[in-house]
Design a protein around this ligand. Structure first.
Ligand code: NAI
Ligand SMILES: CCCCCC(=O)/C=C/C=C\C/C=C\C/C=C\CCCC(=O)O
Length: 174
């Protein structure tokens, strides 16, 4: 199992770090997993979980760089999962998209200048709710323990629960 989870949310002058960590980090991690875990190169197969966000499925006005990074993670993961060779590799590639979740990334992000106290941000938080970490772990475990979900994008929000995004397309079953 490889989980590409590390992420940052920097929209200011350090925005390039957001792309480096959230996009390049996930691509590097996925490529390493392919190299060492694929049955076609002596590995035993397995699962790669790339952590995106609901911000990878919908625009959010106050964090465009973060949104770009998470759309990248979703598009990248789904594309890798569609590779016709994936069946022989014994690997599956899935994406976890939590909504706002009670971690230091959220609390530090909300303290940022221009976001703190913004009425539209407050409304978004109220309408979507804030996940507990434990609830996101529930979604993560479902994603991990379901064999037949290569290319799956799991959304976890307090408001709407745990579910797959869009119509679950079964590509290249193991
Ligand atoms: N908290 C939230 O509202 C949401 C978070 N996410 C995503 O969940 C993932 C985990 O984030 P959280 O636990 O919320 O934040 P967090 O800030 O608590 O954890 C992020 C972790 O990434 C690590 N990290 C950052 N840059 C790194 C680097 N260059 N190399 C290695 N590790 C690095 C940090 O050390 C930290 O342990 C991230 O990808 C984030 O974008 C997705 C949706 C909602
Ligand atoms: C400082 C903020 C840090 C935010 C971290 C993060 O990733 C949070 C994202 C949260 C929400 C994005 C906004 C709206 C999402 C709403 C709906 C998406 C629904 C997608 C679906 O139903 O398939």
């Amino acid at each position: 199992i490889v989980v590409n989870n590390a992420g940052v949310n920097l929209e200011n002058e350090s925005w390039r770090t957001t792309i480096m960590v959230n996009v390049i980090g996930v691509i590097e991690g996925t490529k390493l997993a392919e190299k060492y875990m694929s049955k076609t190169s002596g590995g035993r197969g397995g699962v790669v979980v790339n952590v995106a966000s609901t911000a990878g499925l919908t625009p959010v006005f106050f964090m465009p760089v973060y949104v770009a990074s998470k759309y990248s993670v979703v598009g990248f993961t789904r594309s890798v999962a569609m590779n016709p060779d994936v069946g022989r590799s014994g690997l599956r590639f899935v994406c976890l998209c939590p909504g706002f979740t009670d971690t230091s990334l959220l609390s530090s992000g909300l303290k940022s200048e221009g976001i703190s106290g913004n009425k539209l941000v407050e409304e978004l938080l109220t309408s979507t709710g804030i996940n507990t970490v434990e609830f996101v772990v529930e979604g993560f475990m479902q994603l991990l323990l379901t064999d037949d979900n290569n290319g799956g994008v799991m959304v976890v929000t307090k408001q709407r629960g745990i579910r797959y995004h869009g119509r679950q397309r079964k590509v290249n079953k193991l």
